[in-house]
Design a protein around this ligand. Structure first.
Ligand SMILES: *[C@@H]1O[C@H](CO)[C@@H](O)[C@H](O)[C@H]1NC(C)=O
Ligand SMILES: *[C@@H]1O[C@H](CO)[C@@H](O)[C@H](O)[C@H]1NC(C)=O
Ligand SMILES: [Mn+2]
Length: 377
């Protein structure tokens, strides 16, 4: 005996009609059958294949036997055990790559500049992540130092500009120390433009070092250490600062001693973004520049996924306008750090913002190739 349901199904089958799908041109191109087998055109494909930054080619830049030449390298630094609050930035590199999946080198024409940075002179690749041990910061940072040294010492594709430049995907901010230890070898001391809500020049004796020497090397002291090692010029500058200092007199005096001037977060209300750009450019004029972007420079409304969020920060649009405004500078290295995707919201505003910051850093590097020599400009 047929159940009611079966009768209904039979009835609908009897009344069934052919469903005509519209023709799908891309999959019926003559090319598809011309070699006697099926093909899919992968030109310009996004959201496909493995995830590299902006769908760039992956090159195993640390392979001792073979690598392809590049002028600018993306390098992930999955390290977050130098953080004083929320961990998770070890997942930053892949978070930023995921945030960049909609970008493809064949179709990255900026609506603002009209340029496609990938279609100019530079060969840009994604080197993947540096292999870093997970339980010993001292060893991990030495591994990162070595990775930076190797990747920045490879031959470039360009014959005029012979030192490859690196954009690092952090990682907590401690990872910038390794980058600066490699830029000094090729370019000498650099002016650092440091976008952050915190000064990060804390004396290791004040922040962490009271426990052990090892603990003093962290994401709030790396610029102090970089100053001690002679890596940064006294023409450096912070942008977007708003977090409280721990010691009213000592911290700010020490910050100046480390070579930094300061643009505070609320200064943008008076200066406007263009005023911020002008002040940054004046400060670093005539020197080689390293740009470090702690994503916590943005307000947590725009970038919640970070280790030490501080309210009252800049918008993503303000930050991108300021970065793009620095296009006359000679940028020898850069990074975006402190992206901890686990704290992002489902719309992924932080990793999307970070991937656009990387695009701006790449554009600055492409705009001004830098010749290898260690003097100021
Ligand atoms: C390497 O440089 C040459 C010109 O010097 C250029 O024609 C070529 O396209 C570059 N290679 C890549 C992969 O960009
Ligand atoms: C930086 O230091 C040099 C000498 O070491 C000094 O002549 C110069 O005035 C300093 N510049 C700034 C901006 O402090
Ligand atoms: Mn920082």
């Amino acid at each position: 005996m047929l159940s009611t349901l079966s009768i209904l199904l039979l009835a609908s089958a009897a009344a069934g009609r052919d469903i005509a799908f519209p023709p799908v041109a891309a999959y019926q191109s003559p090319m598809m059958h011309s070699f006697g087998h099926e093909e899919i055109d992968i030109t310009g494909a996004k959201f496909a294949g493995l995830t590299t930054f902006a769908n760039l080619p992956y090159v195993h830049c640390l392979d001792k036997d073979g690598f392809e030449k590049y002028d600018i390298a993306i390098l992930g630094a999955p390290f977050d055990t130098g953080v004083t609050a929320r961990p998770g930035a070890r997942f930053g590199p892949n978070g930023i790559r995921t945030g960049s999946r909609r970008i493809h080198p064949d179709s990255a024409w900026s609506i603002y500049s009209g340029n496609n940075l990938f279609k100019e002179w530079a060969t840009i690749v994604d080197c993947g992540d540096a292999p870093l041990t997970v339980l010993d910061n001292t060893v991990a940072l030495k591994q990162l130092d070595t990775a930076h040294r190797i990747i920045s010492s490879r031959p470039t594709n360009s014959t005029d500009y012979t030192v490859p430049r690196i954009v690092t995907l952090g990682g907590d901010h401690t990872t910038t120390l390794s980058a600066l230890r490699s830029t000094i070898k090729h370019w000498g001391p650099v002016s650092v433009i440091h976008f952050d809500s915190h000064i990060d020049t804390w004396d290791p004796e004040v922040l962490g070092g009271g426990v052990s020497h090892y603990a003093g090397v962290n994401h709030g002291t790396f610029l102090h250490i970089a100053h001690e090692e002679g890596l940064v010029r006294n023409t450096s500058i912070h942008a977007g600062i708003r977090a409280p200092v721990m010691n009213k007199k000592h911290d700010v005096r020490n910050d100046r001693r480390c070579g930094f001037e300061m643009i505070k977060a609320r200064d943008i209300d008076r200066l406007t973004p263009q005023g911020v750009i002008d002040k940054l450019k004046r400060r670093v004029a005539g020197t080689k520049v390293y740009i470090s972007v702690d994503i916590d420079v943005l307000d947590p409304a725009f970038a919640p996924a970070t280790g030490t969020a501080e309210v009252g920060g800049w918008t993503t649009r303000e930050l991108l306008t300021i970065l793009d405004g620095l296009s006359s500078l000679h940028v020898v290295g850069g990074d975006v750090v402190e992206v901890a995707p686990i704290y992002d919201n489902p719309g992924e505003p932080t990793t999307l913002a970070a991937s656009e910051v990387v695009m701006s850093l790449l554009q600055l590097m492409v705009d001004n190739p830098v010749r290898a020599d260690s003097g100021p400009l």
